[in-house]
Design a protein around this ligand. Structure first.
Ligand SMILES: *[C@@H]1O[C@H](CO)[C@@H](O)[C@H](O)[C@H]1NC(C)=O
Length: 932
């Protein structure tokens, strides 16, 4: 039964006080497996490792585990992997039905590490690999993971492991069915038997044909006080204890007008959590694609002293820790533990499992202008022109759902967009790109080619009865692609070919929205869990959290159309290096691994100060779990921002990785020229600052591809020992060199900035601050508190043009900010900004350093050779104490030449600085500049 179409509900709600309708979404109490796992008492684990079953191969260690209470057997697999990573799997030994294991998130199974099994006894065993150890205790099962002598992570330390084996539905509550294995028919250990075989929520009944099948376990981070990650939630970066709240929920949902500061599920689920202490960073990846909840408890619990006894060996001597409890509705336990020990190690280790974001085309780091909707070609033409008229840089214009013929994706509304090719050509003539939207709901209309083709080939999701699923979404009655079927994926992919997606061009890029999937008529506004994906032969429940990402895997299709060839995965394409142009995709739903193909934004936020504030912690949470090209809709999607909120939001967005303005169709037009002159001036200067720093962003995204290091990062990544920064989530670092503190308080003219240890220079007026410590700085409307760290060199392009592509061969400025030793360093990456030629060595990756009065530029990667037209226009040395007598440059082509320079001595708190004019050297050449 279709409920009230949400567009009607949305329109009604918008006129009222807006807030999420919590009743649309389950609480833990309304989810039977959540109740069962939360009810487990610590310290009573019935799971035993049977030490006489241990076997060892080259890959790992295997043993049986017995649940003593119901005599069900499991298999434990332990795989030591290269680079201080450990994989632990637990599955049923003799399942009556194969349990689902996600084939999509990992880029491989990880490279085996050599290891040694020692101390084997009836109490357990120890697996030594590299400098790490996994100590397996048998009764009850517990696995402690050490880095050297340091205990880092402990699993099942509290005894919350629970693995619900598949069983046949009992005829009655206590009688085994005839011929059934009695082991399978034994009653559950739970008291709470409600909802084991069927569950109803708001009139939707989940038929649960396979009964209870959930899995859960506790994972402790030892000596830790802070854990991070598990996006997506509108909550603080340092995750909160959930002892008196709901657990954090991971279940991809289209939540209308989401609330702040709570653990409710949102559009994406990345089951990755990091812990950080001064000595030790670590992370876990709970590789499960079903609905998941996570409880967090910090120990010792100062309120309830007795709660710590029994969790760990020694009562009072128990180390402080964050104990987390994870449980998923189905699947297996498949846990990756990344042992660090430093933050950058953890990013590299996680990147090795699920992949890093590939260097995006430069335009995608520029400014994006979106609205639901730019109505027609004339509207697009005017917006495009107005950006030039008002001297506002912009790289990409976006078209939302209304550009299509009745929400039939891959088509155009021919009344509003009769000449899309000419329209796109008009954008590209100004150096810009177009993004169009493609959603996963396919209008059920036999006259729509894409519906008909998929219907005829039976490529849609089925209901539990095997018929084509019919859900309500933007086009009305819709079917949903079964992307677990490779045939669906390749057919979908082909649809991006220019001869299929008519009216699109190589400059058209793609936005995948609503891919949780959003189903207005479904339970919790999504798909029934007992729907079937015929491709893999699994229920929707098994793959819900990865469904949106399957769309991206299929963006092979997008790639095919870009590469004009027919290959499998993105990774495959890159290795063969046949593809030329880098794709750009934005997705709303996300899972671990989504970063391989796509940028992510935080969905439908609201034009209020709270949503501006929460964008910082939300983007930090995504960044540290590998999803690095992230942003929040500038201005807020719902509602009308006033000029102050809007300009503050531009200021924040300009220093976050993905920078796009977007707005709901019921909001007032809010292109910058709709506002007063002062607001326009602020937005213009803000956009210009974004474009000045594009070389820094681009370099950081290159390094993100190489190392996994997130361009937007919390302070502790670069200051691991600075405990005062561990909970700071109102500011962030861009790389290691910029500290950004967006002003997110209504009416504020000052801002409290936390400066980590070292020297920091205001990037505009060079006011100097010395950390650690918090300082209240002046922050009038036009001020973005942004600081360059002493000891860093930042490349900029100060000649800002209307789009980034027009700045390709423009000259660079180097901002050299000295530390207290008069030193600094940085990197600069340069290539053609849009093709894969860099994979063939067509790039320059430069190490910049200043020491002892000498600035040098040297190739880091000698293979790299790109014939850039860019040259060095200016060097600014900030913090130089004395006017130099002479400045000279040496390079192969210039020889030795004196340079003009200009010294300004600082006053008060302002730093002195030297501006060196027109060094004139090509960025292709290594050079030194000497100050005497
Ligand atoms: C493209 O630009 C030209 C010149 O401004 C204009 O006349 C034409 O209408 C534009 N075409 C479209 C489809 O927007």
């Amino acid at each position: 039964m279709a409920t009230l179409p949400r567009l009607v509900a949305a329109a009604v709600l918008l006129t009222l006080v807006c807030a999420v309708d919590r009743n649309n979404f389950k609480t833990c109490q309304q989810s039977s497996f959540c109740r069962r796992h939360r009810a487990i008492k610590p310290g009573e684990s019935p799971y035993l490792l049977l030490t006489d079953t241990v076997s060892v191969t080259d890959e790992g260690v295997f043993a049986d585990v017995l649940n003593e209470k119901n005599r069900v057997f499991f298999i434990l697999e332990i795989y030591p992997l290269k680079d201080s990573t450990l994989r632990i799997k637990i599955n049923e030994k003799n399942p009556i039905k194969q349990r689902f294991e996600d084939p999509y998130a990992l880029t491989g199974d990880g490279q085996s590490e050599t290891f040694e099994v020692v101390d084997r006894s009836s109490d357990g065993l120890t697996v030594k690999f590299g400098t790490n150890r996994a100590v397996v205790k048998a009764k009850p099962l517990k696995i402690d993971v050490y880095n050297g002598k340091e205990l880092v992570v402990s699993t099942n330390a509290r005894g919350l492991l629970k693995f619900e084996h598949y069983r046949n539905k009992p005829e009655s509550n206590d009688q085994p069915a005839e011929g059934e294995d009695p082991g399978n028919a034994l009653p559950l250990e739970d008291e709470d038997a409600n909802g084991l075989w069927e569950e109803t929520f708001k009139g939707h009944t989940d038929s649960k044909p396979h009964g209870p099948a959930s899995v859960g376990m506790d994972i402790s981070f030892i000596n830790s006080k802070h854990v991070y990650g598990i996006p997506e939630h509108a909550d603080s970066f340092s995750l909160k204890e959930t002892t008196s709240t709901e657990p954090y929920r991971l279940y991809n949902l289209d939540v209308f007008e989401y609330e702040l500061d709570n653990p409710m599920a949102l559009y994406g689920s990345v089951p990755v959590m990091l812990s950080h202490t001064p000595r030790q960073s670590a992370a876990v990846f709970w590789h499960n694609t079903a609905e998941t909840w996570v409880d967090i408890k910090k120990l010792p619990d100062t309120n309830v002293v007795s709660s710590i006894t029994g969790f760990f060996s020694g009562g009072d001597s128990d180390p402080p820790q964050v104990s987390t409890h994870w449980f998923s509705e189905s699947g297996v336990i498949d846990l990756f533990i990344m042992i660090g020990p430093r933050p950058m190690d953890v990013f590299r280790q996680y990147g090795a499992l699920t992949g890093n974001y590939n260097l995006p085309p430069l335009f995608s780091l520029g400014y994006h202008q979106c609205r639901w909707n730019y109505n027609d070609e004339e509207d697009v033409r005017q917006v495009n022109e107005n950006f030039d008229i008002h001297d506002l840089p912009m790289d990409v214009l976006w078209l939302d759902i209304e550009h299509t013929d009745g929400k039939r994706y891959f088509t155009w509304d021919h009344n509003k967009f009769p000449h899309s090719l000419e329209m796109i050509a008009n954008l590209t003539a100004r150096g810009r790109k177009l993004v169009t939207i493609v959603d996963p709901h396919i209008k059920r209309d036999n006259n729509y080619f894409f519906y008909k083709e998929n219907h005829d080939r039976d490529l849609f999701v089925h209901t539990k009865d095997g018929s084509e699923f019919d859900g309500w979404c933007w086009p009305g009655s819709s079917s949903y692609l079964d992307l677990t079927n490779p045939e669906t994926r390749s057919h979908y992919s082909d649809t991006y070919m220019l001869d299929r997606y008519k009216g699109s061009t190589l400059d058209t890029f793609i936005w995948n929205d609503m891919n949780e999937p959003s189903v207005f008529s479904g339970p919790e506004v999504t798909m029934q869990k007992d729907n079937l994906h015929p491709g893999l032969g699994v229920e929707h429940r098994e793959i819900h959290n990865v469904y949106g990402m399957l769309f991206l895997l299929t963006s092979e299709g997008l790639r095919k159309f870009l590469f004009q060839q027919h290959q499998g995965t993105f990774e495959g394409l890159l290795r063969r290096s046949d593809g030329r142009i880098r794709p750009f995709i934005l997705t709303r739903a996300h899972y671990a691994g989504t970063q391989r193909s796509s940028a992510v934004w935080t969905g439908d936020n609201t034009a209020d100060w709270g949503h501006l504030r929460i964008s910082e912690p939300m983007l930090l949470s995504l960044s540290v779990t590998g999803i690095t090209h992230v942003g929040a809709d500038v201005g807020g999607f719902f509602g009308n921002p006033d000029s102050h909120l809007l300009s503050r939001w531009y200021q924040a967005g300009a220093f976050q990785p993905f920078f796009r303005a977007h707005a709901h169709q019921d909001t007032k037009r809010r292109e910058p020229w709709m506002f007063d002159g002062e607001t326009q001036r602020i937005i213009r200067n803000t956009l210009r600052q974004r474009y000045q720093y594009l070389p820094l962003w681009y370099t950081l995204f290159y390094e993100n591809e190489l190392t996994g290091a997130p361009p937007m990062r919390p302070i502790w990544v670069d200051f691991p020992e600075d405990e005062a920064s561990y909970a700071v989530d109102y500011e962030h670092l861009v790389g290691s060199s910029l500290l950004v503190r967006p002003v997110v308080e209504e009416g504020a003219t000052t801002a409290s900035v936390y400066f980590p240890p070292g020297v920091w220079y205001d990037v505009i007026d060079l006011t100097t601050y010395t950390g650690p410590g918090s300082v209240t700085v002046s922050a009038p409307r036009d001020k973005i508190p942004v600081y360059q760290r002493g000891g860093t060199i930042i490349p900029r392009k100060d000649r800002v043009r209307r789009a980034s592509s027009l700045m390709r061969d423009d000259p660079y400025t180097l901002s050299v900010a000295l530390d207290s030793f008069g030193k600094s360093q940085g990197t600069l990456y340069i290539d053609d900004e849009h093709t894969f030629d860099y994979r063939q060595g067509k790039f320059l990756y430069l190490a910049l350093a200043f020491e002892g009065g000498i600035l040098t530029s040297k190739k880091i990667d000698p293979i790299g050779n790109y014939k850039t037209g860019s040259w060095l226009e200016r060097v600014i040395i900030v913090g130089l104490e004395k006017r130099p007598a002479k400045v000279t440059i040496q390079s192969a082509s210039l020889g030795s030449r004196d340079l003009e320079s200009f010294f300004e001595s600082g006053g008060g708190a302002h730093a002195s600085h030297l501006t060196i004019r027109k060094p004139g050297v090509s960025m292709r050449e290594e050079f030194t500049i000497t100050i005497q």
